[in-house]
Design a binder for this molecule. Structure first.
Ligand SMILES: [Fe+2]
Length: 253
C-alpha cells in the first residue's frame, strides 16, 4: 500500500497524416514515438502512462487510427487528455487500444485530474466554466488524496515570447481553484516541447518535452532545439512527495 507508484508521461506525439517529417523538422513523428515507446519498454514497467495532448498533428481519423495501431493493447493503460491539435471525440472513435480518456485516475492515495484546455480552432488554451467546476468539485470530494492536475497548455509563462502567446488564457481562474485545495502537489503539462520546472505556493510546476522535436527554451521567435525525443518518469510517494525527471532518448532514428 505504501510502495511508491511509478508512471510515465508522454506528450505532443504529433502523429501526422500522411506520416512525414513536419515542416522545418527532419523528424518523422511516428519514428520518434516508436523510439520513445521502445526506450520505455527497456526501463522498469510503469503502473500507467499519461498522454498530455497533441496526439495527432491534424485531427483526422487516419492519424488516430494509426496511433491506436502503434499503441496496441499490450501493456499498461495510457490516460489521455486533448491538445490544441486534437479532436478528442474523433480520437476515441478511431480505434481500440489502451488509450483511455478518463477524467480522473486513481493511483494509491493519489488522484490525477485530467483537464481539457483545448479550444477548437485555436492554438492557445482555455478551461471552460464546466471544466473549472469539475476541477473544483473533484478536489473538494477528495481532500485526503494527494493530487496532480494535468492539462495540455502551460498555465505560467515559459519566458518564450512566441510560445507564451499560446498559453492557457484563463490561468488566473485555474489557479484560484488550485489555491483552494492544499492537497494539490503538482501541475503537469505538455504543449511547450521542452523540460521546464518551477514552483508556485508550494505546488510543483512541470512542463515535459515532446516525443518528437523540441523547442528552444527562452526563444523570442519560433526555433527548434537539437534535443532528441523524450518523456518524463514520475515516482509518487504515499506521503505526498513526488519526484520526476525528463528522459531524453538516445537518438537512433
Ligand atoms: Fe500543443
Amino acid at each position: 500500500m505504501n510502495a511508491p507508484i511509478d508512471f510515465i508521461q508522454i506528450t505532443d506525439l504529433h502523429i501526422a497524416e500522411p506520416p512525414r517529417p513536419l515542416p522545418a523538422s527532419t523528424m518523422n513523428t511516428e519514428d520518434s514515438l516508436w523510439l520513445v515507446l521502445r526506450t520505455i519498454e527497456r526501463d522498469e514497467a510503469p503502473a500507467f502512462m499519461l498522454c498530455t495532448g497533441d496526439l495527432a498533428n491534424e485531427p483526422v481519423p487516419e492519424a488516430y487510427a494509426r496511433l491506436h495501431e502503434m499503441i496496441g493493447n499490450d501493456g499498461c493503460p495510457i490516460h489521455c487528455l486533448p491538445g490544441n491539435h486534437d479532436d478528442p471525440g474523433m480520437a476515441r472513435d478511431a480505434g481500440q487500444s489502451r488509450l483511455r480518456w478518463d477524467a480522473t485516475v486513481e493511483a494509491g492515495n493519489w488522484l490525477i485530474v485530467m483537464l481539457d484546455s483545448h479550444v477548437p480552432g485555436r492554438i492557445d488554451g482555455r478551461l471552460s466554466d464546466a471544466e473549472l467546476k469539475r476541477l473544483e468539485q473533484t478536489l473538494a470530494r477528495h481532500p485526503d488524496r494527494h493530487a496532480l492536475v494535468c492539462l495540455h497548455h502551460h498555465p505560467v509563462p515559459m519566458e518564450s515570447r512566441w510560445l507564451d502567446n499560446h498559453i492557457l488564457k484563463n490561468a488566473d481562474a485555474f489557479f484560484a481553484v488550485i489555491d483552494r485545495h492544499p492537497q494539490v502537489r503538482g501541475i503537469v503539462w505538455g504543449h511547450v516541447h521542452q523540460a521546464w520546472a518551477g514552483r508556485r505556493n508550494g505546488v510543483e510546476l512541470i512542463g515535459t518535452p515532446s516525443t518528437c522535436f523540441q523547442f528552444l527554451p527562452r526563444a523570442d521567435d519560433f526555433a527548434f532545439d537539437s534535443l532528441p525525443p523524450a518523456y518524463r518518469r514520475f515516482r509518487l510517494h504515499a506521503d505526498g512527495n513526488f519526484t520526476s525527471e525528463p528522459i531524453f532518448c538516445e537518438l537512433t532514428l
